[in-house]
Design a protein around this ligand. Structure first.
Ligand SMILES: C[S@@+](CC[C@H](N)C(=O)[O-])C[C@H]1O[C@@H](n2cnc3c(N)ncnc32)[C@H](O)[C@@H]1O
Length: 278
């Protein structure tokens, strides 16, 4: 049974307020589907009962369950390969990148979903370190969803997931089969070294994370309003080192959203470089 439009509008408003994710009227059927799934998991009769619980505002678990279910977590290893080629061959290979040789190279995979983006970056950085044993790095891995963040932290992937983007060599070198289940792969501890995992809502305050040389914020702002995009981008700007880079998804652009970045075409990828504010 279809939920009344007012109920779906109400829940869509809650999701947008908390996460910025916009559900257009055409996509209300998806929201209703997600509400039905959450209702089933919570042992409720149907989506309408969940709506009443959400509207009463007395059950924070119901709210976090519907927010989590509203996120789209699609990702894969080395998604949009040109971005990773550019990271290795244009940035890491450049002796002037990340200036002071004593410093850690600091990377932030914001909205990392289940972690494939962050581990792809870690593979690039491990490779880079082979010829620069004195250099070190740190990757901050964040997402709003605790569910996907847990998988990222556990570094646990199905056969299907590892075969989306990893070469056989990378699989052998950086992953091992779970002794308890031969269809599950675990990230080897060496690759996890230097990686920190943390829940961050990009719409809320994230002070205290420090400054990064590159921030990957891919395929998340696409779901946000123009005002939210501008707000988040201006705060990402403040979280970058001078001359640091911001990377967006292949279908996303900074054009019309921020003026204090230069577009850099690095191989097949577009990176946005922080320039001083005018
Ligand atoms: C499509 S995935 C992108 C994953 C990866 N960056 C990539 O490009 O493959 C989008 C992720 O953004 C997260 N997300 C959505 N809204 C968010 C918010 N307000 N703050 C932080 N993460 C958010 C979702 O939980 C989801 O895992």
């Amino acid at each position: 049974m279809a939920l009344p439009k007012e109920m779906l509008d109400y829940v869509a408003g809650m999701v947008e307020k908390a996460l910025g994710i916009q559900y257009s009227h055409e996509n209300h059927y998806q929201l209703e589907k997600r509400m039905t799934e959450v209702a089933t998991t919570m042992g409720l009769r149907n989506a309408e009962e969940l709506f009443h619980i959400l509207r009463d505002g007395k059950n924070p678990k119901a709210l976090s369950a519907i927010l989590d279910a509203s996120t789209n977590n699609e990702t894969s290893f080395f998604r949009d390969m040109g971005v990773f080629d550019a990271f290795s061959s244009e940035l890491l290979a450049n002796p002037d990148f990340a200036g002071n040789k004593q410093d850690y190279v600091r990377i932030w995979s914001a909205a990392s979903s289940t972690g494939q983006e962050a581990y792809s970056l870690a593979i690039c950085l491990r490779h880079w370190q082979l010829t620069r044993p004195n250099r070190n790095y740190e990757i901050l891995v964040t997402d709003y969803s605790e569910r996907v963040l847990k998988q990222a932290k556990d570094g646990k992937y199905s056969d299907l997931e590892v075969h989306r983007g990893l070469t056989e060599d990378q699989l052998k070198k950086y992953f091992e089969k779970n002794p308890a289940d031969p269809h599950v792969w675990l990230v080897r501890p060496e690759l996890k070294r230097n990686m920190n995992f943390r829940q961050v809502n990009l719409l809320e305050d994230w002070t205290g994370l420090g400054a990064f040389h590159v921030i990957f914020c891919r395929n998340v702002l696409i779901y946000q309003s123009v005002e939210n995009k501008k707000r988040v981008i201006s705060r990402l700007y403040n979280s970058l080192q001078p001359g640091g880079y911001l990377v967006l998804g292949a279908a996303e652009t900074l054009i019309g959203l921020a003026e204090n970045f230069e577009i850099r075409r690095l191989g097949r990828a577009v990176y946005y470089q922080k320039v001083a504010k005018p």
